[in-house]
Design a protein. Structure first.
Length: 112
């Protein structure tokens, strides 16, 4: 383990009792499906005119987000990705994604 890389940019201390502690990030717990409020919209910006269905509002771990994205991509039969709390699905699948999310127990709403 190379902990010195975590301390780059820290100024040297002459205090012999000084201990550098790395900040520990708390992991966000995934809310149950019934408490999630997901919004399904379509996005065309910065995608060369291509449409993507965007599912936003997910609160939880990245692993759970990736699992939900995989389920939606499989059911729609298209590609996509999951990052930064959002799921991107290639194409205009708003109605089908909202129906799938509701069948999985999520509170999903169609945005635009």
């Amino acid at each position: 383990m190379q902990d010195w890389k975590d301390r780059l940019g820290v100024v040297y201390s002459t205090n012999p009792d000084f201990k550098y502690e790395t900040p520990v990030e708390e992991e966000v717990q995934t809310l149950p499906a019934a408490q999630q409020k997901l919004i399904v919209t379509i996005d065309r910006r910065a995608r060369a005119g291509k449409q993507v269905t965007l599912v936003s509002g997910f609160i939880g771990k990245e692993e759970d987000l990736a699992a939900l994205a995989k389920t939606l991509k499989t059911k729609c039969g298209v590609g996509g990705s999951a990052k930064d709390g959002e799921i991107l699905i290639q194409g205009d699948w708003r109605d089908r994604v909202v129906a799938l999310l509701k069948s999985l127990g999520y509170n999903a709403k169609r945005g635009n």
